[in-house]
Write a protein that binds this ligand. Structure first.
Ligand code: GTP
Ligand code: MG
Length: 458
């Protein structure tokens, strides 16, 4: 059982109105009491109440900080332990002074994620819920946040638990057949096993379908803006980002390096990459830039190919179109405010009409159409509804795939009328793999790895 208390600064360090220090442990209230001077004794305070007072140095009685202290008694707290939260003035000095005194009590500095780890070890949340807490903190869009929040509440856990329940039933059924072979109805059992395996596999497949979109929502779609020099790539980045992040000039070869900017379009997060214009060049620096542009094209989930519609197509552009044909891409014919010189029929040979957008960054015409095409590419209408459980964590995805494979093996074995005690092994394996998602069968090293991703104080 956990017996020591831990403390950490729970708010971001820096200049701010207030800062919160969190202390958790069975004896945390008793341990904070000697350094808190107030009208009330902390040990006598009711749970979930806030108290005004001062943090004092217990030896000299000197007042160190003016604070509000919140008491939350277990099990009704984040960690299920007794928790004390001290709100001090913001800023590094105030917080450090309070922390120093806490650490002179029986309290030690928390490791990153240790509060959440305790919530897990004390059985308040399971592993997938703990991991969702990280997603919650890191989420970059409303939707990603919504998905993480559902997972914190145990949405994924309850689905996994239901499937494991079906597998336990199946295993029990097989067990009876192993123990009482006189009841043997081999063919019935094999049909039963196949039915159950298919049922669970189908559920897993449905969860995996959401995985790709879940990942996108969490990490953003890597979107490379590419094209010849001077076509308006950096102007497009600035427009989509509502910011003047990239330098724009009428000199071809302005952008030399990849510029990254995180944006959201209709709540879809994109990691936009503005790249150096692609052309043959003798300039050493530009050459490296062009290589980086080509890398960006290879790594992107989505490619925005920008063309200058006031110019005829260039050889380099034909080559680029050839290269990205078949990838998720949108062709942008920019500078439509100028007389058109581009041959759209050639472009149509490479791309479907709905992925060709004509626009002018200068007049802002066509920006809406571009945003529309991007959303259309990534979300089919039904997914707009928020009642899907998304799987977005790579660890969960890998385990779901493994469990599905184990069930397929069990299914195939049942089909071939292989002895049922052999089939039992595969069903059990699937049950364990699903269990690893919620932490039912997780080892220490896995726990350390997961919780080390957290920030301090969470
Ligand atoms: N007329 C017109 N000019 C534009 C439009 N979009 C961009 N420009 C101009 O085209 C020039 C080049 O724009 P940039 O955004 O720097 O082009 P780029 O593709 O990033 O160029 P490199 O970084 O050199 O590869 C600038 O003078 C822009 O003002 C447009 O829609 N219409
Ligand atoms: Mg540029």
């Amino acid at each position: 059982m956990i017996s020591d208390s831990i403390a950490a600064i729970a708010t971001a360090v820096g200049e701010a109105g207030i800062a919160v220090i969190r202390v958790s442990g069975p004896d945390s209230i008793v341990e904070v009491e000697p350094i808190f001077k107030s009208r009330i004794k902390l040990t006598e305070a009711e749970s979930h109440t806030v108290h005004y007072g001062h943090i004092i140095d217990p030896r000299s009685g000197e007042e160190i900080e003016e604070v509000l202290v919140t008491v939350m008694k277990g099990p009704r707290s984040f960690t299920t332990e007794n928790v004390v939260e001290i709100s001090s003035h913001g800023g590094v000095i105030a917080v450090t002074r309070v922390m120093k005194l806490l650490l002179q009590q029986q309290i030690r500095l928390a490791e990153p994620g240790e509060f959440t780890k305790r919530a897990y070890l004390n059985g308040r949340i399971d592993l997938s819920q703990a991991e969702a807490v990280i997603d919650l903190i890191r989420s970059k869009s409303d939707r990603a946040f919504g998905i993480a929040l559902k997972q914190v509440k145990g949405d994924l856990s309850s689905k996994i638990t239901a499937q494991r329940h079906t597998l336990v039933e199946t295993m029990a059924h097989i067990e009876v057949n192993i123990d009482y072979p006189e009841h043997d109805v081999e063919s019935l059992t094999s049909t039963f096993i196949k039915d159950k395996c298919s049922e669970v596999m189908e559920q897993i497949t449905n969860l995996l379908k959401t995985a790709e979109e879940g990942k996108i929502l969490r990490e953003g779609i890597t979107t490379a803006i590419v094209g010849r020099p001077n076509v308006g790539k950096s102007s497009l980045l600035n427009t989509l980002a509502h910011d003047n992040k990239a330098i724009v000039t009428d000199i071809p070869g302005t952008t030399r390096d990849v510029i990254e900017q995180f944006i959201t379009i209709n709540n879809i997060p994109l990691k936009l990459l503005d790249t150096a214009g692609i052309r043959e060049t003798l300039d050493v620096v530009e050459k490296i830039g062009v290589e980086r542009s080509r890398d960006a094209v290879n790594e992107a989930d989505l490619i925005l190919l920008v063309l200058d519609a006031s110019q005829p197509l260039h050889m380099d552009e034909l080559e680029l179109m050839e290269q990205i044909r078949g990838r998720q891409s949108i062709v942008i014919m920019n500078k439509m405010d100028l007389p058109s010189m581009i041959d759209i029929d050639v472009i149509k040979r490479y791309f479907a009409p709905e992925s060709i957008v004509s626009m002018s960054v200068k007049t802002q015409e066509g920006i809406d159409a571009l945003e529309e095409s991007i959303s259309r590419l990534f979300f089919s209408g039904q997914l707009e509804s928020n009642d899907l459980t998304y799987v977005s964590n790579v660890r969960h995805i890998a385990l779901l795939n493994k469990a599905k494979q184990s069930l397929q093996d069990a299914y195939d074995a049942a089909e071939q009328l292989i002895p049922i005690d052999m089939i039992q092994i595969d069903v059990r394996l699937a049950w364990e793999q699903l269990g690893e998602i919620i932490g039912d069968t997780a080892g220490d090293s896995l726990l350390d790895q997961i919780f080390s991703q957290f920030c301090l104080g969470k």
